[in-house]
Design a protein around this ligand. Structure first.
Ligand SMILES: *[C@@H]1O[C@H](CO)[C@@H](O)[C@H](O)[C@H]1NC(C)=O
Ligand SMILES: *[C@@H]1O[C@H](CO)[C@@H](O)[C@H](O)[C@H]1NC(C)=O
Ligand SMILES: *[C@@H]1O[C@H](CO)[C@@H](O)[C@H](O)[C@H]1NC(C)=O
Ligand SMILES: *[C@@H]1O[C@H](CO)[C@@H](O)[C@H](O)[C@H]1NC(C)=O
Ligand SMILES: *[C@@H]1O[C@H](CO)[C@@H](O)[C@H](O)[C@H]1NC(C)=O
Ligand SMILES: *[C@@H]1O[C@H](CO)[C@@H](O)[C@H](O)[C@H]1NC(C)=O
Ligand SMILES: *[C@@H]1O[C@H](CO)[C@@H](O)[C@H](O)[C@H]1NC(C)=O
Length: 391
């Protein structure tokens, strides 16, 4: 084989061929509940519409000559779809004809709802589970909202599981002005294990929605307005602003798990940030601010976010530390904590006094160990004095 690129393609292809979709269908569905081919007015009679679990590579596109009422009828008993779901360039304003659907489990192809020019919402309100490595909802020009409030579990496609590929990618966007994801939907997505929220357009819909367990509290609208910190909040909506006016209450934030907005700490006499012990996620979608800003805290030299797993923003710098103690600059581990563990596709890297983690690491490597460096001045002075004496 002369061309390594060709070889690579062949390996990938043969690997795909390893996965036998018809065997997969047979293992998951009654023979009478398996459907092959395109769904249209010619084939609709043979669709196994009485089954609750159906195996099919279900693709509906602009060639489909069925109305939404026909689809509603044909899918009315379907709770579990095994195969894949692709709605591409359809004429429909929603996918509510799939509102009975509770789970989709992919074999080879993905979960895709794209380029449907009239689709305003997805509306699959009973959907809880997608076992597909890629969830792709994009190019739907009129999409205003998702309305998939119960989707809270995702895992890889059967084919990828076989190959031990555990990552799940979610891409959701819309060109429609005002498109938003609810706080409930966002919490569900960001809480999925091994998820990469590669692309999420729009913002989080206002106001935030009370979760079924826990408590959502409003934070501030502006960064110069301290947040009124209440007891027992598990979700904060807006800008969580900590400054000299409320710094004495920060311990009450220990119950917070997610911030739909940003964390903004400035001008305090804090020495460490150790009061967000349960914070798992920050979604800064739709905010023109970094997810975390920590500035002008002259005594601050440490932080601890033991449960922080994921930060998602769209494009702005992610984490900005400015003008606190030198500790954060001299020891790159503070910057690396954010860069190594929390990055999501499309995010801007952390900045510490304007430096990237890479720069801080380079500088730390060209400098003697910090503790030693503190003494270095003294050593130089002694050295000079000795030299002076000799002369
Ligand atoms: C339905 O799909 C089948 C198989 O692709 C095709 O042969 C048939 O012409 C289609 N019927 C209509 C009405 O589009
Ligand atoms: C959605 O699920 C609930 C609970 O299982 C059920 O009562 C309801 O009928 C379902 N709705 C649809 C449209 O299937
Ligand atoms: C997947 O992982 C299991 C357990 O770690 C291993 O036995 C198996 O060989 C792996 N399969 C592939 C295709 O790498
Ligand atoms: C948060 O503020 C919005 C208005 O911006 C209001 O509608 C909502 O009820 C408030 N939520 C809580 C929990 O206070
Ligand atoms: C920190 O500032 C707050 C509010 O200004 C004040 O109540 C507190 O005593 C200060 N703590 C220390 C250790 O200086
Ligand atoms: C740095 O922080 C101190 C106090 O925290 C403040 O007085 C000073 O103006 C800040 N410097 C800059 C450049 O913002
Ligand atoms: C920073 O905070 C962590 C967690 O509270 C603690 O384990 C660590 O010792 C602190 N580091 C310093 C240098 O104080």
């Amino acid at each position: 084989m002369k061309n390594p690129f060709l070889l690579a393609i062949l390996i990938v292809t043969s690997h795909c061929l390893d996965f036998n979709e018809s065997e997969f269908f047979k293992s998951k569905c009654d023979a009478s509940c398996i459907f092959y081919g395109d769904l249209n007015s010619t084939t609709i009679g043979s669709f196994p519409s009485s089954c609750t679990t159906i195996c099919a590579r279900l693709g509906i596109d602009n060639n489909c000559d069925l109305s939404k009422n026909q689809l509603m009828l044909v899918f009315q008993n379907m709770k579990h779809l095994i195969g894949s779901l692709i709605l591409y360039r359809t004429k429909f304003t929603s996918a509510k004809f799939l509102r009975t659907l509770e789970s989709v489990e992919c074999g080879l192809a993905d979960f895709t709802i794209s380029y449907n020019p009239k689709m305003e919402e997805i509306g699959m309100t009973n959907l809880t589970t997608i076992k597909c490595s890629l969830i792709d909802i994009h190019g739907n020009e009129e999409l205003k909202k998702l309305n998939i409030p119960n989707l809270n579990y995702a895992s890889p496609s059967a084919e990828n599981l076989e190959a031990n590929k555990t990552g799940i990618e979610i891409n959701i966007d819309s060109e429609k002005y005002g498109f938003c994801i609810t706080s409930v939907e966002m919490y569900n997505f960001i809480n999925i294990e091994n998820v990469n929220l590669k692309k999420l357009g729009g913002g989080i819909c206002e106001p935030g929605i009370q979760p079924s367990s826990g408590k959502l509290c409003n934070a501030s609208h502006n960064v110069d307005e301290e947040t009124e910190i209440q007891d027992g909040c598990t979700q904060m909506f807006g800008k969580v602003v900590i400054n000299p006016k409320n710094v004495q209450n920060v311990q009450k934030l220990s119950s917070v798990e997610i911030i739909f907005g940003v964390l903004y700490i400035e001008n305090t006499n804090l020495t460490t940030i150790d009061f967000l012990q349960n914070l798992k996620y920050i979604s800064a979608l739709g905010y023109g601010y970094p997810a975390i800003t920590v500035q002008n805290n002259p005594y601050l030299s440490n932080f601890s976010f033991p449960n922080l797993k994921r930060i998602k923003n769209n494009g702005e710098s992610s984490v900005v530390f400015t003008n606190n103690t030198q500790e954060f600059i001299l020891d790159p581990k503070y910057c690396s904590f954010f860069e190594d563990q929390l990055g999501q596709g499309g995010w801007e890297k952390p900045k510490f006094d304007g430096n990237s983690c890479y720069t801080l690491i380079q500088e730390a490597n060209t400098r003697p160990p910090y503790k030693f460096a503190k003494n270095l001045d003294l050593i130089i002075v002694v050295l000079f004095m000795s030299i002076a004496q000799i002369l």
